[in-house]
Design a protein around this ligand. Structure first.
Ligand code: ATP
Ligand code: ZN
Length: 576
């Protein structure tokens, strides 16, 4: 096959070439490292090529998807005949072209040897068999994903397995590479700021407003089948809500106030317009105010009718926006334009609204290529033990900056972030014998000295809390937390489910005939106990202070170093 030899010639890298380029030590470290690459799409495609060409020899690829025609314009390794094949599988074939070795099929994976040992899984990274022990088998994990849940999951697994993670993302011309080393793991994206506190008066007013709003919406919703439904919605959003806002005069001191629309006037004008543009024009032309009004009325009736029909079958059914649903897009275009008109904002075409509301950001292959390359540079630093030189790297475009690529040291773990502050343990037990009660008393209370109101969740299912002790005599097997990778999240304070309250994660591994338990993990994880204090005790506490009366807070310290610091207005964290 001509293509094969051409590709082989172009891409083959001899050991001596690579060693000369990056230095023998780095080259050897890359060659010896076992790397996991999660996601084989836009970035992954580039990354895989870069890894192989940079001397990496042991790579595991994971991608759950198959190739779509729409991928071909930028995921250059894919060709037309690969459409609908698993991405992971085709990667292997393509590498075969790159370095000229035959793929050998195995059950769920394909591998080939000897220059590079690449295993491809057409699977989701969430699958239970990819557990902590499995993650531990890698020296480095690289994410080339397109969604936050999968990124969070890999982050969690890397923390638990104590493996470095190089994270990536691109959006149009923008891109970023984030390095998550041990103890610097952060969630993808920015930490959220704490809640802004409100006074009791403000709260009462807020509750009253929320109630009024809920009643109003309920009454409108009860008129879904009424011919006046469009009018009811219109009058709420474009008249009453605006009038309420206009009453807050301080809001409009420095900007132009909105002008409420008139249903009746628009309704009369609507009868005079001929027909709304169709076809390409409908998408590209900016509709007039009356056209927007008319399409608003039409589309909302269609959607309301659809909702009524669906609710006959499933009373819980609710609609969500889909950019490819024509009626939904008509509705969103019209209603945003009506609102924009009211505020003197430029109206937009249906096409533009689709791009914005559908969050369509063109994928740019150059950006993916740059980001993949930058990931490999960070990988070199980690593998050649120069971790302190790692940088979170940003590809920026426009604005004030003159440089396109900027780097900064990865941020320190956040003191208020649940993922940063959580403890991660693997516990080896005989799941047929070990009971939940033993876990609570021996592991949590005695060994880790966790105190307070603990509740335990497993994959979203609550299995224990202080008012629900039914399971304490059950074994893990009976509770179906068996096998290789049942994940327990220990939540302290079950008043609210905020993620930051997740204090300790346990990965349960079954061990035949284990007499007691073995616990692997860093016992010096920062937060031992997160609890909400009653509102009147909101202040910074120290060891000497009295415990909040209704909480069994324990500062567990004998060196006087432990202190309870207030991290947010209504919460104490004990730092060890
Ligand atoms: N849980 C997961 N396990 C394994 N692979 C995943 C998981 N979630 C997402 N992926 C993969 O990550 C890749 C992300 O690549 P990319 O952002 O280029 O997406 P794409 O689907 O190829 O392109 P686009 O979304 O732009 O059409 C996809 O191939 C996707 O299948
Ligand atoms: Zn964090």
């Amino acid at each position: 096959m001509a293509a094969t030899s051409a590709a082989t010639q172009t891409f083959a890298v001899r050991d001596s070439d690579g060693a000369q380029t990056v230095g023998r030590n780095t080259w050897t470290a890359a060659g010896n490292a076992r790397v996991l690459m999660v996601g084989a799409g836009g970035i992954g495609c580039e990354l895989l090529k870069d890894l192989v060409l940079s001397g990496f020899k042991n790579i595991v690829i994971m991608d759950l998807d198959t190739i779509d025609v729409s991928n071909l314009n930028r995921q250059f390794l894919f060709q037309k005949q690969h459409v609908s094949k698993p991405k992971a599988y085709v990667r292997t074939l393509i590498l075969f072209l790159l370095i000229g070795h035959k793929p050998v099929a195995s059950e769920s994976a394909l591998r080939f040897n000897p220059a590079a040992n690449i295993v491809a899984h057409h699977r989701s990274i969430f699958d239970a068999e990819f557990n902590v022990s499995w993650f531990r088998s890698f020296d480095l994990v690289m994410n080339a994903l397109d969604n936050i849940p999968a990124r969070k999951h890999v982050n969690l697994m890397c923390r638990a397995a104590n493996r470095p993670l190089i994270e990536s993302g691109t959006a149009g011309y923008l891109g970023q590479v984030a390095v998550h080393l041990k103890n610097t793991i952060l969630l993808f994206g920015k930490e959220e700021d704490g809640d802004i506190s409100t006074s009791p008066d403000e709260n009462a007013k807020e509750i009253e407003d929320l109630k009024r709003e809920a009643d109003e919406l309920k009454s409108i919703k009860s008129n879904l089948s009424s011919p006046d439904f469009a009018k009811l919605v219109f009058e709420k959003i474009f008249i009453r809500d605006v009038q309420r806002l206009l009453e807050m005069s301080e809001m409009w001191e420095n900007r132009a106030p909105p002008v409420p629309l008139s249903y009746n006037t628009l309704d009369i004008e609507r009868k005079n317009i001929q027909s709304i543009a169709t076809g390409v024009d409908r998408n590209l032309k900016v509709w007039s105010l009356v056209e927007n009004f008319s399409i608003f009325c039409e589309s909302i009736s269609i959607l309301a009718n659809r909702l009524v029909q669906e609710n006959l079958v499933d009373s819980e059914f609710s609609m969500s926006f889909d950019k490819d649903d024509d009626d939904a897009l008509d509705f969103v275009t019209a209603i945003t334009n009506l609102r924009a008109y009211m505020y003197g904002i430029e109206l937009q075409s249906r096409f533009k609204v689709k791009e914005m509301a559908g969050n369509i950001i063109p994928a740019i292959s150059t950006t993916n290529a740059i980001i993949a390359g930058l990931m490999v540079l960070q990988a070199f630093k980690i593998l050649s033990k120069n971790e302190e030189e790692c940088k979170n790297t940003y590809l920026v475009h426009g604005g004030q900056r003159t440089q396109i690529i900027c780097g900064e040291a990865p941020p320190k773990p956040s003191k208020t972030c649940g993922t940063c502050q959580a403890g991660y343990f693997t516990i080896h037990i005989d799941t047929h014998k070990f009971t939940l009660g033993q876990f609570v008393n021996k592991v949590l209370k005695q060994d880790l000295q966790v105190d307070g109101e603990i509740s335990i969740n497993e994959s979203g299912r609550m299995i224990y809390d202080p008012d629900f002790e039914d399971n304490v005599t059950e074994t893990f097997e009976v509770l179906k937390i068996s096998g290789v990778n049942g994940r327990l999240l220990v939540l302290v304070d079950n008043d609210d489910d905020e993620e930051k309250n997740v204090a300790i994660n346990f990965f349960v591994v079954h061990k035949d005939n284990a007499i007691s338990y073995e616990l692997d993990g860093d016992r010096n994880f920062p937060v031992r106990y997160v609890a909400k204090a009653p509102a009147d005790e909101r202040r910074t506490r120290t060891d000497e202070d009295e415990e909040p009366s209704n909480k069994k807070t324990k500062a567990d310290g004998n060196e006087g170093e432990n202190s309870i610091v207030e991290v947010e207005d209504d919460e104490y964290v004990i730092l060890l």
